[in-house]
Write a protein of this length. Structure first.
Length: 92
């Protein structure tokens, strides 16, 4: 009990948390965006994108929509918008 507490901290600290360089992360992000673009390329991809736009992004709820319905739709919109932005980025 009379011993002083010693901290056996790794001298590198939190460096392991940021193991990848910013360039590595950027390359992974670019690869991912190109994968999205390839996945939604062609006529089948266009059909899916059109479906996402019509059923999620262009959908409007009436004034009687519950809070839960609004939150659910906004979550869907967030995912659909992310997918579309990754497709655009991968094509650019």
């Amino acid at each position: 009990m009379g011993r002083s507490a010693e901290i056996d901290a790794d001298p590198a600290g939190w460096d392991w948390f940021e193991a990848g360089s910013k360039q590595d992360v950027a390359n992974e992000d670019d690869d991912l965006a190109r994968a999205f673009a390839r996945s939604f390329n062609g006529s089948d991809g266009a059909i899916v994108v059109r479906h996402l736009r019509q059923t999620i992004l262009d959908r409007r709820l009436g004034p009687s929509a519950s809070d839960a319905e609004l939150r659910f739709l906004e979550g869907q919109r967030s995912v659909a918008a992310h997918i579309l932005s990754m497709i655009d980025r991968g094509r650019g």
